[in-house]
Ligand binder design. Structure first.
Ligand SMILES: [Ca+2]
Ligand SMILES: [Ca+2]
Length: 236
């Protein structure tokens, strides 16, 4: 009996390794990319698989008038796939959209499948769209020639398994992933000028709170740069 159990466990283990490897996941560093239409042709989504515990429904976010976007109403969004119910390779034609349009995709995590399937919705694009303020989708350009691959993570805060983006993958032609630029301050041809300390130490009271982290001061007499972090001023 024990041998039989071991054999079944071995086969189950092999099957789970195989299924984990048998579908594509978009590559790292594409987290938080937006999905942008790049031709006037039909956008056809192809389901590429999952290894998720949670049952996830994939939607294209639409407004009441049927154009892409978020109007705060989930009921008029377009259902595309369910990661457990849809056939691998099945396709849905999303239609045609003007070049440059962002298509926002959402997964709804059905809460019945496990303790960690919370009934949340997660979105393609930047982290601020998601309830845990973390990115939940990767968008890999040219996964195949002119075909992008999108992969979702369905766990709130990545608890308990982390962010492996293995919970629903689909691909489509005629779109591209676009990196969301973070704001930066550039002073071209000029300088950013720190406060100077004239040989003194920076004051501890100026480096106490989380909002102080990143502050910098410069001791021009001794040539020391001070930067505030969680353990106080550090010098270089
Ligand atoms: Ca909507
Ligand atoms: Ca996952």
């Amino acid at each position: 009996m024990k041998k039989t159990c071991n054999f079944i466990a071995l086969i189950a283990g092999l099957f789970s390794s195989f299924s984990a490897l048998s579908f594509p996941i978009a590559e790292q560093v594409t987290e938080g990319f937006k999905v942008i239409v790049n031709t006037n042709s039909n956008i056809i989504a192809t389901y590429q698989g999952n290894s998720a515990t949670c049952s996830n429904d994939l939607y294209l976010m639409l407004k009441e008038n049927g154009t892409p976007g978020d109007d705060g109403d989930f009921s008029n969004d377009l259902f595309i796939f369910n990661n457990h119910g849809s056939q691998l390779g099945s396709q849905v034609n999303l239609g045609q959209f003007p070049v440059g349009t962002e298509l926002i995709f959402r997964i709804f995590v059905n809460s019945s499948s496990s303790l960690y399937c919370n009934g949340d919705s997660f979105y393609t694009g930047p982290s601020g769209r998601n309830p845990d303020d973390h990115t939940h989708a990767r968008v890999q350009n040219d996964w195949q020639p002119n075909e992008a691959l999108v992969s979702f993570e369905d766990l709130y805060d990545g608890i308990p398994d982390g962010f492996d983006y293995n919970d629903l993958s689909f691909s489509f032609a005629n779109v591209e992933g676009e990196r969301v630029e973070k704001p930066e301050i550039a002073i071209k041809g000029g300088y950013f000028n720190f406060s100077t300390l004239s040989g003194n130490l920076p004051e501890n009271q100026d480096c106490q709170l989380e909002r102080d982290y990143g502050r910098a001061m410069f001791d021009e007499l001794n040539g020391i740069l001070y930067i505030c972090g969680p353990f106080g001023w550090i010098s270089k």
